[in-house]
Ligand binder design. Structure first.
Ligand code: NDP
Length: 237
């Protein structure tokens, strides 16, 4: 447990999976949490009622709506950008509109949300972006756009750490490997292949990722910025 009592936390993409575990963790640690959701109204409603957090429907592909939500949240102590999608398939056959939407959600939203949050953040403010070990290693075909997007977050953190450092704001990327969520079920068809790359032959749990996020957002991580933090059972090792 970390003490986030009365800290103001915004999680972009919090209705399900890793995002929901992050919302639960900050709420359990005393924070005042707002999270956004895109399509999962019932999951968002239930999570808000379970945790006492506020749920707001914002499509992360809508840059101006994301910026407006961050601005309306006021001075945040912690921003977590979790919303992300994958589009699988042959790069030569994929729809450009679909790939463009992925880049908007996975790259543009984290960038503009981080910049907007930093405008009002107090000294000690924390920004954590959920990347992927696929930013370092992409061992299968059909996920190039996803790999591009998660590598881009590495540049985002390195660059914005320089811009925000003088104001005492940190920005870091958490890079999960396979985590048991709707997007990547532990018992899904890719299980054996993914585990073959790993030293720990299991999917991670969303709560394990939330624990790393909480550490990065907490007082012990004040000297940690512009860095990638991999939690992947050695998928990328
Ligand atoms: P899920 O698909 O289980 O959940 C995704 C979450 O993001 C949901 O809350 C969803 O909300 C939200 N979201 C997605 N698109 C949008 C959008 N356009 N606008 C608003 N919210 C949106 O994914 P995971 O929990 O597995 O993944 C979360 C993050 O972790 C992603 O960035 C992913 O790339 C990353 N990651 C996941 C790994 C895994 O193995 N699971 C491994 C490495 C990285 P809603 O349903 O309401 O639209």
């Amino acid at each position: 447990m970390t003490d986030f009592k009365n800290k103001s936390v915004l999680v972009l993409g919090g209705s399900r999976g890793i995002g929901a575990a992050i919302v639960r963790r900050f709420a359990a640690d005393g924070a005042v949490v707002t999270f956004t959701w895109g399509g999962s109204s019932e999951a968002a409603r239930q999570l808000a009622s379970e945790t006492g957090s506020v749920a707001v429907q914002i499509d992360s592909a809508d840059r101006d709506a994301v910026i407006a939500q961050v601005r309306a949240s006021g001075p945040l102590d912690v921003l977590v950008v979790n919303a992300g999608i994958a589009v699988f398939g042959d790069a030569l056959e994929q729809s450009a509109d679909e790939i463009e939407r992925l880049f908007k959600i996975n790259i543009h939203a984290p960038y503009y949300a981080s910049v907007e949050a930093a405008r009002q953040m107090p000294e000690g403010g924390r920004i954590v972006v959920i990347g992927s070990v696929n930013g370092d290693r992409m061992p299968i075909a059909g996920m190039a756009s996803y790999a591009v997007s998660k590598s881009a977050l590495q540049g985002l953190a390195r660059g914005l750490a320089r811009d925000f450092g003088p104001r005492g704001i940190t920005i870091n990327v958490v890079q999960p490997g396979p985590i048991d969520t709707d997007a990547n079920p532990a018992e899904g068809p890719m299980k054996a292949l993914m585990h073959s790359f790993m030293a720990l032959k299991r999917h991670g749990r969303p709560e394990e990722v939330a624990g790393m996020v909480a550490w990065l957002a907490g007082p012990e991580a004040g000297f940690v910025t512009g860095a990638m933090h991999t939690i992947d059972g050695a998928f990328g090792a």
